[in-house]
Design a protein around this ligand. Sequence first.
Ligand SMILES: *[C@@H]1O[C@H](CO)[C@@H](O)[C@H](O)[C@H]1NC(C)=O
Ligand SMILES: *[C@@H]1O[C@H](CO)[C@@H](O)[C@H](O)[C@H]1NC(C)=O
Length: 411
Amino acid sequence: MRTAQPAWGSCGTSAGGSFLLLLLSLGWALPSRAQAADSRLGVRTPWLQGTSRVLSWWRPEPPVILSRDRRDTDSKVCPPTRKAYVIDENLVFYEDWELEACVDGALLAAQMDRVNAVPFTYQQLDVFKRKLDEFYPQGYPESLTQNLSYFFLELSPADIRKWNVTSLETVKSLLQVSKGQKRDAQATPRRLRGLLPQVAALIARYVAGGGELDQATLDVLATFSPAYLCFLSPEQLRSVRHSVLWAARPPDLDACRPPQMAILYPRARAAFQTVSGPEYFAKIKPYLGGAPTEDLRALSSQKVNMDVATFKTLRTESVLPLTVAEVQHLLGPNLAGLKAEQERSPVRDWIVRQRQEDLDSLGVGLHGGLPNGYLVMDLRLREALSGGARLVGSGTVLTAAPTLLLALIPK
Ligand SMILES: *[C@@H]1O[C@H](CO)[C@@H](O)[C@H](O)[C@H]1NC(C)=O
Ligand SMILES: *[C@@H]1O[C@H](CO)[C@@H](O)[C@H](O)[C@H]1NC(C)=O
């Protein structure tokens, strides 16, 4: 019974699966744990499938504490002969309540390598996690996180968000643990495995602490999913390989901020210069939040039929200079969808700068444009008139009627 857990990642799914079946038939692994085990073996489980969007990493987390266990194990006292001073195979035969009562968090932290080497059941690992969490209520110290190895996969993103991660070595070792079936990923490069939420949280902590990822780490991350892109600083994004840009799909970039999109867009444009037409548009679409006005104009002239969801991701200052006809050609049959967005940025900001009669000519019921007879005037004057109301963009803007000007002249 010295099957070390690290070997699981390297053995095939069927072998790992039969070990699981064995544990299940022995009553050692809970079904919920078997599911977590699947994720170790590289199979995407339902709760992981919901996590391809960056923001959802912050939501679903596997239930860790089983209240039934607590009731059974809480108030029991460790029988003196059962007290654990070392983590070894004998503990595999302990009841959960005995583990709870006889193993303490300090011992687990000090002998994490043994925790990983002994084939404990997932239910037993749950008990260990609970003991460690009680011992470190503020989060695990870095001396422990760097030695976690496979135990890392027992943790939730919420646990990891309590950590300080300052060492690239820690990131690398935990990435290695999470990597799983890299061979499969290479065999099917278009369908890369999803980024484990734990890994996403880990990278987020490291980058938030000012950590820099090296090229080797970026390459390992790329074998998971491009969804980590939004965790990188603009400087780091400059060294991301073209293959990563090719692999990104729209949800992968949902969490990126404007400075990140400003770097990613020109890099993606360069990466995709070998394709054109609809294929180019399909690839560049997730990156358009970084596109300047002139590129949107070019897409408009190609009649790409942009969907409204993509239009909403465009930079307001890139959208504002577009004419009514340009927006019409950009969206094509999707134009009617603007109506539902007319109260929100960037559609609203664009509408208030168009003549209402031009908007009317679109025939989709957009309101809020400028009535006939309004003037084009300098933005600074407009701001002065509106008491400093903030407007995005610069240059000229269609604005107030002469009567308003007259009303504002001091008497
Ligand atoms: C982590 O592992 C290193 C070497 O493997 C060891 O020297 C160190 O004491 C371990 N730290 C903890 C907290 O167990
Ligand atoms: C993280 O670092 C802060 C500031 O140094 C410290 O107060 C906190 O206890 C650390 N947290 C952990 C889990 O080590």
